[in-house]
Structures are given as structure tokens and as C-alpha cells.
Design a protein around this ligand. Structure first.
Ligand code: NIG
Ligand code: FE
Length: 416
């Protein structure tokens, strides 16, 4: 053993950051801030969260790596709803929408999601990974340390499997947690035209096989006029439940089919989009602890006008998460800060609600109780920001504010 190694193992912690303020969020209201703070960790877990004055020893006797910082430290951001594994892009479709075509009309004409399905089916697994990694890297560089990634552009067994394998490989390549969600019930593939029930039967048969390979953490569906009916969604959810898998749902985005209430009935982790969700559905969500995942990127890009029932969510105590919905059609959004910004401008979230939505409530929307706040014993996932106040995180549009981002105590390499 070298001297350096024996010294390192003799020190209690792996790392320590000093001098920044902490937005721990470890309280029900406010940022639960600590000024001139210290944050220590070992083996990927936080070992100290408090004022620098309260450190038990001199910093150099506590950790091998001591970083002096300024600004604010928040929990690592959790992007709890993405479709970031896909091939190609839909910039031309964006142009068509700007010229007046609607999202639904393009989808019904075989464009939209199905055009990404064609590109994704054509790409090899390695090629899909190559195209997806830069999107994940952009999210991490802007403070994300946990990503959810859905399938749903494969729509057959092999291609759904390929997408889920790529999602897992993104997490391995970048050293962050990736939670995978099976979204075969995203659109009807052309080979099942006019046979949606048969397609759901097939998608329900693929699920246990993919789950057996360790590729599925949760199950989702697109419950919508241009997606699948509540009855078809229910069949998918019954299959998930039989396997012990949690569910979440693209619910009430373009119309109210009672999707959020259906997700709640199944004890769903979340109902996502929720623009058309009724007050009764919000109450059902509150009763079952189902998180409302707000996706202001899709709202913005589709130039929607119907706001989610924010007052009902607040009144009934439904936790509100914020996510990018990163996807090639409705939300080509590569920044959690920008998603938070859009949630404030379009949905009137307060900066504090947006930050909680991107951390503690987003972690809950993934069923992860080991992250989302800065607390001793939780994962050492955090971001150090060049800001004078947390509201700055949702104030700037663009730019680079994250100075250091750590996932499980390990620094994520920032772009040069
Ligand atoms: O969350 N609504 C369905 N799914 C995506 C859009 C996917 C796409 O258009 O490619 C969404 O908005
Ligand atoms: Fe989505």
C-alpha cells in the first residue's frame, strides 16, 4: 500500500465541499437553506450536511478531496420523464406545425411518433446509443444526476428491447442512475393498423420477457384519442401489476379520458402531462399518492393553452414534479433548468416549487427514496451552481450555471 492510499483510507470521508450555501430542501417549505455550509460524502453517500462551523474536525483530516466552492448546492436534478433514446429528429415536422398542421393531424397521417419509430427501428443498438448519449450528457451538464428513459419508438419486441438496452447503457456509460420505463403502448405500429387490441395483447406478452432480462423498472402508456383507450391502458396495467411493476401514465394531455384517475387507481407513481385532468382525478391522485408530472416543454412547443389544474393539485396536496419530456416531437428539450423555467412562466410555479419538482417530487415519481434532498445517509447526488440565489436557476434562459455535478459522490465530467 502506498502512503497516499493508506492516508486516504485513514480519512473518514471521500470528499468535502466547503463554502457554498445549501438548498437542502429537507423540510416541507422553503429551501431549508444552510449558509457557509459543508457537504461531505463517502462511498457515494452523504456523511455531513451542515454549517462549516459544525464540522467535527479540520477539513484536511476529514476527506482526501476538499473543494472550496461558492454559490449554491442543490440536490442533483431528477429528470423523471424522458424519451431521450431515439434516432433521427423531427425538425421538419416542427416546420410543418409552424405552417399550421396540428400534432394530431400529422400523427394520423403516419408522421409524428411513427416517423421516429421508422428511424429508431433502422438504427443499430450502437448507433442508437451514439445518437442518444449527447442528449443525456447535456442533461447531466445542466445538473441532472438521475434520468428516466422510456421505450416506445420500437413497438415490436426486438426494437423495444433494443431501446431499453440502450437506456441501460446510457446509465452505465455516464455513471448515473437510469430508470427504464416500458412504453410499448405509445403508438400503434403500422403492422397492427386497425388492430389496437391485438397490439396490446402482443405488448403485454413482451413485457414479462423484457422484465426477466432486468430491462424494465416501470410501465407507461399513452392514454389518448391518438394513443390507447382507458380499457387498453388497463390491460397493460394489469399485466404490470401481475409482475409487481409500478405504473405511470401519459394522462389527459390533449383531452380528459380520466387517465390520471386510472393511474391513481393502480397506485401509480405518477400521472404525466395532466393538462385536462379534472378536480375529481386530482383528488384520486392525492388519495393514492400519485405525483403530477408537469411537462411544460411539450405544452410550450405545441403552443397549448389549457393549463393543468394547478390550484386543485395544491389544494389537495398532490406533489408536482417537473421533467423535460425530452423527445423528438413535442419537447426537444435538453435542460432541466429550462423545464423549470417553463414551469414557472407557463404554469406559474414558484421557483421553490420548480426546484422541489425537479428534485424531491421527481424522485418520488420514480419511486426513489434515497435521493431528492440533501440529507446524511442519502445518495451524494448534488450540483454546485454559480448563482447568488436559487431563484436564479429558473431566471436565466440557457447559459451554463452548473460548476460541479456529482452522482453517487463521483464528479461528472463537464464539457470543456
Ligand atoms: O410525451 N405524448 C406522447 N409522447 C410524447 C411525444 C412523443 C413524440 O411525439 O415523439 C410526449 O409528448
Ligand atoms: Fe412523454
Amino acid at each position: 500500500m502506498t502512503d497516499a492510499t493508506s492516508l486516504a483510507t485513514a480519512l473518514p470521508w471521500d470528499g468535502l465541499i466547503l463554502g457554498a450555501a445549501l438548498a437542502t430542501l429537507d423540510d416541507d417549505t422553503g429551501y431549508a437553506a444552510i449558509a457557509d455550509a459543508a457537504l461531505g460524502w463517502r462511498d457515494g453517500v452523504l456523511t455531513f450536511v451542515g454549517p462549516r462551523d459544525a464540522l467535527p474536525d479540520a477539513p484536511e483530516r476529514l476527506a482526501c478531496e476538499v473543494i472550496e466552492a461558492a454559490g449554491w448546492i442543490t440536490p442533483g436534478l431528477v429528470d423523471c420523464h424522458t424519451h431521450l433514446v431515439f434516432a433521427g429528429d423531427r425538425a421538419r415536422e416542427f416546420e410543418m406545425r409552424l405552417e399550421g398542421a396540428s400534432y394530431e393531424a400529422i400523427a394520423r397521417a403516419g408522421g409524428g411518433i411513427l416517423s421516429t419509430v421508422r428511424a429508431t427501428r433502422e438504427a443499430s443498438e450502437d448507433e442508437l446509443l451514439r445518437q442518444s448519449l449527447p442528449r443525456a450528457r447535456a442533461l447531466l451538464a445542466d445538473g441532472a444526476t438521475t434520468l428516466e428513459i422510456k421505450s416506445g419508438y420500437g413497438l415490436d419486441f426486438d426494437n423495444e428491447r433494443k431501446m431499453l438496452r440502450v437506456a441501460r447503457r446510457v446509465g452505465e456509460a455516464l455513471g448515473v442512475t437510469v430508470r427504464t420505463t416500458y412504453l410499448a403502448a405509445h403508438a400503434l405500429p403500422p403492422e397492427y393498423k386497425d388492430r389496437a387490441d391485438d397490439y396490446i395483447t402482443a405488448a403485454c406478452e413482451w413485457l414479462p420477457r423484457l422484465h426477466a432480462e432486468g430491462l424494465v423498472d416501470a410501465v407507461d402508456a399513452f392514454c389518448e384519442g391518438i394513443g390507447f383507450s382507458p380499457a387498453q391502458t388497463r390491460r397493460m396495467f394489469d399485466t404490470a401489476r401481475a409482475l409487481g411493476l409500478p405504473v405511470k401514465l401519459h394522462a389527459d394531455q390533449l383531452s380528459d379520458l380520466g387517465g390520471a384517475a386510472l393511474a391513481a387507481e393502480f397506485g401509480g407513481l405518477s400521472a404525466d402531462h395532466v393538462e385536462y385532468t379534472s378536480e375529481a382525478s386530482a383528488q384520486a391522485m392525492a388519495a393514492h399518492g400519485t405525483v403530477a408530472v408537469l411537462l411544460p416543454g411539450a405544452f410550450h412547443v405545441l403552443r397549448e393553452t389549457r393549463l393543468p389544474p394547478l390550484d386543485a393539485f395544491r389544494a389537495h396536496g398532490v406533489p408536482m414534479a417537473v421533467a423535460t419530456d425530452c423527445n423528438p416531437g413535442t419537447s426537444p428539450l435538453l435542460s432541466m433548468r429550462q423545464a423549470m423555467q417553463l414551469a414557472c412562466t407557463h404554469f406559474r410555479l414558484t421557483p421553490e416549487e420548480a426546484l422541489r419538482g425537479a428534485t424531491v417530487h421527481a424522485a418520488r415519481a420514480l419511486g426513489l427514496s434515497d435521493r431528492g434532498v440533501l440529507r446524511v445517509g442519502l445518495r451524494a447526488d448534488f450540483a454546485v451552481w454559480d448563482v447568488a440565489h436559487p431563484a436564479e436557476l429558473v431566471y436565466w434562459l440557457g447559459g451554463r450555471l452548473a460548476r460541479h455535478v456529482h452522482a453517487g459522490g463521483v464528479a461528472i465530467r463537464m464539457p470543456g
